[in-house]
Design a protein around this ligand. Structure first.
Ligand SMILES: CC(C)(C)c1cccc(C(=O)NCC2(NC(=O)c3cccc4nocc34)CCCC2)c1
Length: 246
């Protein structure tokens, strides 16, 4: 998969894509991340990429021309058609479901806003989809782009080793994660739960599912509502609720 990022901060984006699982996916050529800086396409001596907002008021807007040229160069750099995503507070909230759909595309491009955003005419003409990573004020779309690169990059076939794939699967069951413990078994902060030391893998799996269900119920009932529970899960959650009520 190829991901192109149009950004005023290419070094930042390249660094985000160079570490960990995504960095390794690039080394293995499972993923290719390229950056395009609109400032390289600004024709004036000051390499201007922003302009005063029409109608007056504070703040600047990203100019059409440098972006249009950067996007055109980006599209021409590879034969695959591009699905262009604008990272934006006005976008649809990013979900794991959408990440999984994007991960199956041959090529996507991520447009990152700065200042007050991008001239609406450029967006209307060029952008296929707007996505948001959440409801808070950010300085630019780059962190949104980094989230998509990571979430989509790790899903490329072969990017994860077996342990990481199992981890991914457990995260993708729509529930919050169960508590995790490492050594020492006994610590000033407390002990590892007995069941995890028992070697009884059925009991351990049961405990982990019960904890995941219980924590989702307590902290993210909205996630639980999205998920049909089978009989075993319903029974485990009831058990958790009864113990929690005491
Ligand atoms: C959400 C709410 C708090 C109501 C709000 C209302 C109006 C503006 C902003 C705001 O942050 N504007 C600034 C910019 N923000 C983002 O790019 C951005 C922000 C959030 C999630 C994102 N996911 O991707 C890109 C995202 C847009 C132009 C430069 C950065 C935020």
């Amino acid at each position: 998969m190829r991901i192109d990022v149009v950004t005023l901060f290419p070094d930042f984006m390249r660094q985000c894509a160079a570490v960990g699982v995504v960095g390794r996916a690039q080394q293995r050529e499972l993923l290719q991340v390229e950056t395009w800086n609109p400032r390289d396409y600004a024709t004036d001596n000051y390499r201007t990429v922003d302009g005063r907002t029409s109608g007056g008021g504070p703040g600047m807007v990203m100019l059409i021309e440098p972006l249009r040229k950067a996007l055109s160069a980006m599209r021409e750099a590879a034969p695959e058609p591009v699905h262009l995503i604008y990272l934006s507070p006005q976008g649809a909230r990013l979900t794991q479901g959408r990440v999984e759909a994007l991960a199956r595309l041959p090529r996507i491009a991520l447009l990152c806003g700065r200042y007050e955003g991008v001239d609406e005419r450029l967006l209307a003409h060029e952008v296929d989809e707007e996505l948001s990573i959440g409801d808070y004020v950010l300085s630019g779309g780059e962190l949104g782009a980094a989230v998509i690169i990571d979430a989509v990059g790790r899903l490329q076939q072969g990017a994860l080793n077996d342990a990481q794939s199992a981890e991914q699967d457990s995260f993708s069951n729509g529930l919050l994660d169960c508590p995790h413990y490492a050594k020492p078994v006994h610590d000033a902060l407390g002990d590892v739960p007995e069941v995890l030391l028992s070697g009884d893998h059925a009991a351990i799996n049961r405990w982990r599912l019960k904890q995941a269900l219980g924590r989702t119920w307590l902290r993210r009932p909205d996630l639980l509502a999205q998920r049909a529970l089978d009989a075993q899960s319903r029974a485990l959650l009831d058990e958790f609720r009864r113990e929690h009520a005491k």
